[in-house]
Ligand binder design. Structure first.
Ligand SMILES: CC(C)(COP(=O)(O)OP(=O)(O)OC[C@H]1O[C@@H](n2cnc3c(N)ncnc32)[C@H](O)[C@@H]1O)[C@@H](O)C(=O)NCCC(=O)NCCS
Ligand SMILES: Nc1ncnc2c1ncn2[C@@H]1O[C@H](COP(=O)(O)OP(=O)(O)OP(=O)(O)O)[C@@H](O)[C@H]1O
Length: 200
C-alpha cells in the first residue's frame, strides 16, 4: 500500500524546501508548480488558450510566457486569476494523477503530491494524509519578498490570493513549523513519518 501524502502550505511557507527533504528520504514528489510550468509551454493546448484570453502582452520576445507579467495581471484581479486557473488546472490535475498512479503501481511506500492550492481547489480527496508547512505571517512576508525580490505590495497580494496558512494548519493531519532552521523542519518531518509507520 502506498500512502499518498498531500504537501501544502501558503506561498513561501517552505513547501519546496520540505519537498526536497522528502526527496532526500527517497520518497517521490509530484510537484504541481513544476507541472503547471510544463503545461503552458508553447505548443501545449493551455498555451494557446492563455494567449487567446490574455493577449500577446503576456509573452516574452521568444514567445514563451512572461510569468512576471501574467502574475501581475492575475494576482491583482480575482476574476482573471479564476480564468487562468480554469485553463491551467485541469491539465495539471490530469498530469498529477498520472504521476501519482505511476508511483502507486510501482509499490512505493509513500508518494507526495506538492500542491499549493490543495485546500483552495478542494483536492484533499486525491491524498490520504495532509501535511501543512506553516510559518508566521512575518516570516512568510520576509521570505517571499527576499526570494522573489518583490515589493511588499506584490508579496501581500500573492499571500492574499490563498487561504491563510494558519487556517490550513488547522485542517492538516500534521503540521511542520518551518519558522526555525531547515534541520528542525527535517526532524519534524521524520517524526511525522515515523508516526505514520513510514520508515526508511
Ligand atoms: C501566475 C503565474 C504565471 C506566475 O508565475 P510565477 O513563476 O511568478 O510563480 P509560480 O508559478 O512559481 O508560483 C509561485 C506560487 O504562487 C502561488 N500561486 C500560483 N498560482 C496561483 C493561483 N492561481 N492562485 C493562488 N496562488 C497561486 C503558489 O503558492 C505557487 O507556489 C503562475 O503562478 C501560474 O500560471 N499560476 C496558475 C497555475 C497555478 O494555480 N499554479 C499553482 C498551483 S498548480
Ligand atoms: N527553514 C528555513 N529557514 C530559512 N529560509 C527558509 C526556510 N525554509 C524556506 N526558506 C526560504 O524561504 C523561501 C520560501 O521557501 P520555498 O520556496 O520552499 O516555499 P514554497 O512554499 O515552496 O513557495 P511557493 O508557494 O512560492 O512555491 C525560499 O527562499 C527558501 O529558501
Amino acid at each position: 500500500m502506498t500512502l499518498v501524502i498531500g504537501l501544502t502550505g501558503s506561498i513561501a511557507s517552505g513547501k519546496s524546501t520540505v519537498s526536497n527533504l522528502f526527496t532526500e528520504l527517497n520518497i517521490p514528489v509530484v510537484d504541481a508548480d513544476q507541472i503547471s510550468r510544463e503545461v503552458v509551454e508553447p505548443g501545449e493546448p493551455a498555451y494557446e488558450q492563455i494567449v487567446d484570453t490574455f493577449g500577446e502582452s503576456i509573452l516574452q520576445d521568444d514567445k514563451t510566457l512572461d510569468r512576471k507579467q501574467l502574475g501581475k495581471v492575475v494576482f491583482s484581479d480575482e476574476e482573471k486569476r479564476k480564468q487562468l486557473n480554469s485553463i491551467v488546472h485541469p491539465q495539471v490535475r490530469k498530469e498529477m494523477l498520472n504521476k501519482r498512479d505511476h508511483y502507486i503501481s510501482e509499490h512505493y511506500p509513500a508518494v507526495v503530491l506538492d500542491i499549493p492550492l490543495l485546500f483552495e481547489s478542494k483536492l484533499t480527496h486525491y491524498v490520504d494524509r495532509v501535511v501543512v508547512v506553516y510559518v508566521s505571517e512575518e516570516t512568510q512576508l520576509e521570505r517571499l519578498m527576499e526570494r522573489d525580490r518583490s515589493s511588499r505590495e506584490d508579496a501581500e497580494q500573492r499571500i492574499k490570493a490563498q487561504i491563510p496558512v494558519q487556517q490550513k494548519a488547522e485542517m492538516a493531519d500534521a503540521v511542520i513549523d518551518n519558522n526555525g532552521t531547515i534541520e528542525e523542519s527535517f526532524q519534524q518531518l521524520k517524526d511525522i513519518l515515523h508516526d505514520w509507520n513510514i520508515v526508511y
